[in-house]
Design a protein around this ligand. Sequence first.
Ligand code: 5GP
Length: 187
Amino acid sequence: MPSLGNLTVLTGPSGVGKGTIVRKILDNHSDVWLSISATTRQPRAGEIDGEHYLFIEKKEFQKIIDKEGFLEWASFSNNFYGTPRKIVNEKLEQGTNVLLEIELEGARQIRKSFPEALQIFLAPPNLSELEKRIRGRGTETEDAIKNRLAIAHKEIIAKKEFDAVVINENIDKAFREIEDLMGLKSN
Ligand code: 5GP
């Protein structure tokens, strides 16, 4: 099925600043649509169901897997995360540019199903900076922080699989680089 809209995958370790960059893209480019993922993780303070994620139970998540309702899904730090298939396909068919903010395993699945998708890896300047950012967020337990850092290490090793690697040393610079890669015109 030919897709009319462009599909972009943004991956990078937890805490690297993907969320901030995504907000900037959406605020500056009304022609980009962000897919809202389903997750079994508990909402963080301030997160709204249907806006940041679709927060669902494990049972419900499994049902969607069984119905092949996810374009991709993965287990990350003891929770499940998945991209709803139907709405993303509909958006692409309508010619909308779709952005997925997902982790490494999901990005690999999308590479198979959508080889034409642009895959961008957002990397931290170094691991100690990443640790500072995850801790600074203050939303995770010590175990969860350690787990996320271990995953980050593995993800960073895989960055060479991506079409482009952007280092998030400065948020505005990283945003401009991603804008360019996506072919978006700056305002
Ligand atoms: P967090 O719990 O910090 O919101 O997200 C944890 C990780 O899951 C992040 O790297 C985020 O990009 C990723 N993630 C969010 N939604 C999805 C999804 O639908 N699929 C996959 N594979 N990863 C996701």
